[in-house]
Design a protein around this ligand. Sequence first.
Ligand code: FE2
Length: 419
Amino acid sequence: MSDSTRMVLHAFAALADLGEEIAETSDFEEMVRSALHVVLGAMGIRRGAVAEFDREHDALHFVAARGYDEELARDFSLTPRQHTSKGNGNGAGSLTHALQDFARVEHEVHDRFAGAGVEVVTPLVVRGELVGVILLGGKASGESFTQEDRELARALGRHVGVGLHNHRLLREVARRAEENQRLYESLKGSYNDTVRAFAAAIDCKDKYTQGHSERVGKYSEIIAREMGWKDEEVEAIAIGGYLHDVGKLVVDREIINAPYRIDAKQSSELNRHPAAGYEILRPINHPFADIPLMARYHHERPDGRGYPEGLTDEQIPAGAKIVSLADSFDAMTTDRPYRRRRTFDEVVADFRRNAGRQFATPVVLALCRALLKEARGETRPRQMMRLLGRDYVEERTLPALEQLIADLESGPHTTVMQA
Ligand SMILES: [Fe+2]
C-alpha cells in the first residue's frame, strides 16, 4: 500500500470518528477544525475552509478556515435568488434543490475568493440537502487538482457533512425543547392566574373571610414543604388550597355571610360546598391530578366525624388532610363577625386536643415545626408570621409549642405521610 493510500485510509477512519463528535454541541467548531485539518493533511493541501449553508437565511456560515484571509472566510448572505422559489422552507429538499443551491454557493464563493486561491468547492450533501461546502486550494506538490482529487474530497466531505447535519438536527431539537418549555411555562402561568382569579372570586363572595383562600394556599404550601414534599407536589397543594372552597360559589350568599351562627338547615346547605367544589374542578384538566379531591375532602376528619363522606384517617387523601388543617388554622387565627380570633395559646391547645381526631397528627406536627422555625427566625421569608400579624406568636408561648411538638413526635400517630 502506498503512503498516500495509507494516509487517505487513515483520514477516512479519523473523519468517521470526528463525525460522531461533531454532532455533540460542546466543541463543534473545534471538531470541524480538526476534520478540516485531517482532510488537508490526507490530501496534501495548504488552504481550506468549511462553511455551513443556512438555507433558511440563504447564507454561508464559516465554521473553520486555514490558509485563507480571515476577512474573506467570514459569514455572508447569498445574492437573492431571481426566479427560483426559496424551496419548501422545512429544509428537506430534493437533490435538484441541493444542486441548485450548490451552483449558487459555488458561484458566489468563486466571486468572493477570486484570486485567493480557491481551486475546488466541494458540496456537503446529506439526504438531498446541501448542508455546507469545503473550499480547497494549493496542493503542496504545486500541481493542479485532478478529477481524482475532487472525488476524494467529495468522499471525505461526506463525513464532515454528516457531522454538520447531525449537529444541525441537535440544535433544532434543543431549540424545539426550549420552545416547548416556554409554551409550557406560559400555559402554567395562565393556569395559575386562573386559579388566583377563582380564589379571589370565592373570597369576594364571603365578605368576612377576605383572603382566606389565598392564605389557605400559603399555609398548605408551607406544611407540605415542611413534610418534605417535592416541588411539584407543593405547587399542587398550594393550588388545592386556593381552590378548596370553590364549591361555595353555589351556596347562597346569605348563608355564607350570616353574621351569626347558622342553623342546622343552613349548615347542611353550606356543607354541600366540598362536593360541589369537586364537581366544579373535576372536568378541568389540572396539571396535578389530586386537586379536585382536596376540595372534596377538606372537611373530612381522621376520626371519621367529618363530611361529606365520613372517611377515616387512611381513606383521606394526604393533600386533603393538609388543606383541612390549613383551612382550620386560618379560621382560628382570623376574626369572624361573631367572634374574635383565638390566641396562639388557644390554637396550640386546640392542636393538642384535636391531633389524631380532627386533624392528621403528622400534618399538625409539620405546621407546628414550621411555625416554631419562623418564630425563631430560622426560616426566611417569615410568611406565616407576616400573615398572622406581628406579635401574634409570642415568645412566651414557644415552650408550649415545643412541648406539643415533642409530645406529638413521641406519640403513636406520627406515621410518615407522603403525597
Ligand atoms: Fe370549606
